[in-house]
Design a protein around this ligand. Sequence first.
Ligand SMILES: *[C@@H]1O[C@H](CO)[C@@H](O)[C@H](O)[C@H]1NC(C)=O
Ligand SMILES: [Cu+2]
Length: 635
Amino acid sequence: MKLLVLCALVAAAAAWPNFGMMADSPGGASDAQKQHDVNNILWKIYGEIRDPHLKELSQTFDPLSGHYDDGGVSARRLMKELNDERLLEQKHWFSLFNTRQRQEALMLYDVLEHSTDWDTFAGNAAFFRVRMNEGEFVYAIYAAVVHSHLTEHVVLPPLYEVTPHLFTNSGAIQAAYKAKMTQTAVTIKSQFTGSKSNPEQRVAYFGEDIGMNTHHVTWHLEFPFWWDDAHEDHHIDRKGESFFWVHHQLTVRFDAERLSNYLDPVDELHWDDVIYEGFAPHTMYKYGGSFPSRQDNVQFVDVAGVAQVRDMVLLENRIRDAIAHGYITGRDGTVISIMNSHGIDILGDVIESSTYSPNHEYYGSLHNTAHIMLGRQGDPHGKFDLPPGVLEHFETATRDPAFFRLHKYMDAIFREHKDSLTPYTKEDLEFTGVSVHSITFNNKLTTFFEDFKYSLINAVDDSPQAQDVPIYAVIPRLANNEFKIDYRIDNNNEREVMATMRVFMWPKYDNNKVEFSFNEGRWHAIEMDKFWVKLSPGENSLTRSSKDSAITVPDVPSFQTLINKTKEAMTSGSEDMAVAGLHESTSFNHYGCHDGKYPDKKPHGYPLDRRVDDERIITGVSNFKAMDIKVFHTE
Ligand SMILES: *[C@@H]1O[C@H](CO)[C@@H](O)[C@H](O)[C@H]1NC(C)=O
Ligand SMILES: [Cu+2]
C-alpha cells in the first residue's frame, strides 16, 4: 500500500484546445491505401517486401522523378550518397546517436517529408527499403509518418512488433528463432532482466515496461532533437520544456515505484564518482551481437571520439553558471534571460541539446553526450568493437538503472533553475469565485500485474516460401483498475467560466518514513490528469474516469489488428472510417498538437513547478484542494 497526496487545482483556462481533424487526404490516395502501404513497408523489415505492388515499386520507382516541395534537393542528395556507395550497409546495427547514421536516416526522412504526393512518398519508401540500412529506414519512416501531412491519419504499427529485438530479451528472441526453424507455434513467457540478488531487479518492471518504452521512443520521435526549423514547415512549440517535463515525470514516477518496493530514491550521477550499478542487458541486436554490459562501480573514463569526462564537468558548470546568472549567452554574445516561464524551454533546448539551443558551441549537448558516455563505459576505447549500449537507443535506454541516475542529474539542474524563479503569489494562483468543494473517488485504487502479449513474428528471418507460425511473447506489466473521480466545484461568478483542471499525486512519506514537506513533495508530484471544463454559475459536479486521463493512452493496436482493419476498410464501403476510428485512440499527441502548438499556456507542472516557500499560499486558495489517498497493490 502506498499513501499519496492528491491535489487538484482549477485555474482559468488560458486557451481552449482545438482537436479538430482534417478530413481531406491530400495526394489522392485514400487513408486506407496509405495505411496499407505503411503496414506493408514495415512488415518483416529484415526480409523481402511481400506486397507485390510495393515490391515492384522498389525496382521501378525513380526518386529523381518524384514530386517535391524542395525542388528535389533532398532526393538528389540521397541518390548521390547511394550511387557513391557511401550509405551504411544493410544488416548492421543502427543508433540515432551515431552522427553519420543519423544523418543518413534524416536524408531519407527529408526525401519523404518533402514528397508532395503519396505516389512519391510510397515510391521512395519502397525504393530505399531495399537499399538502405534497415534501422535507418525504420527510423526515417517513423519520423516521416509522425510529421508528414500526407500521413496525418496513418497509425504506425507498434515498434515492439516491428523491431522486437529492442523491446525484449535475448532468451525470448532465441526461442522465437527456434519456433520459426521448427515451424512450431509458441507463446514465450518472458521475464524481467536480472536476478533477485540485484535489488534493482525489483523495479525492472518499470524500466522494461513495453508501454513506457514505447512512450519514451514516441516522445523523442515527436519532439526530435534534430528538428531544424530551417528545413521544416513549423516550429515545435515548447520542445525544450517538454523535454524537461517528460523526463522529470519518468524520474519522479520511478522514485515512487522504488519507494513502493522498499528501495531508496535514485541518486544523481556524478562524473567524479563511480557508477554504482552495473548492468547486464540480456538483450541482443538483430545485427551486431549482444548489447554490452557494465560492471558495478565503474569509474567514469573518457570515451574515445566522444568526450572527456572533464568536458562533461565543464559543460555542466557553464550551464549552472547560466542558471546562477539568470541568462544564457547566445552565439553572438546576446543575453537571453531565463528568469521567466519561458526560461525552462530554453534551458531544455540547451541541455538536451536540440537544434533550438541558442549556443550549442558553448553549452554543448550535456544530455545526448552523457547518454553516449554512459553507454560506452563497458568499452570506452572501442577495443572490443562492441555495438552501442542500451543508453544509445530510446527504445532500450530505461532498461539500464543508470538512465535514471543520468536523468536525476539533469533534473537537479532543471530544479536549480526553477527554484531560482519567484514563487507564485496568491494573485497568480487564485481563480476568483471558483472553489473546489469536494473530490471523491468512486472505488479503491489498486494496481496489479497483468500479462501483455505481443507478436515476435517480425523478429525472425524467413523467406516468402516459409510459412508463418504464430510466435508471441508474454510479459507482465503493471496496470491499474479503472477509477472515477467526482469533482464538485462551485462557481460563484454570474457567468459561465472555462477552467483547466490539474491533478497531481505525490508520495506522502519518503524512504525514511518522514513526511515530505509541501515543497519537497510538489517536486515529486506525478501528473495524473489535465482537462478543460466549462463551469456554469452555481454548483458543478463532474465525473472523470481514469481512462480519460490526458496522460494515459490505450494500447496501440497490434500490427495484425492494423493489417486486418486496413483490409476491412479497403474492401468494405466504409473505406477510411475503420482506420480513422483507430486513430482517435492512438493519438500520442498528449504533450502537443498536430499544428505544433501546445494547448495550455501555463508551464508544465504548474502550479507545482516553482518552489513553495509558504505552502499556505497554495493551499489557501479556494480553487485548490489536497487530500490523502491510498493505492493498494494486489498480487
Ligand atoms: C486477422 O484476420 C485473420 C483472418 O481473418 C484472423 O484469423 C485473425 O484472428 C485476425 N487477427 C486479429 C488480431 O484481428
Ligand atoms: Cu529520453
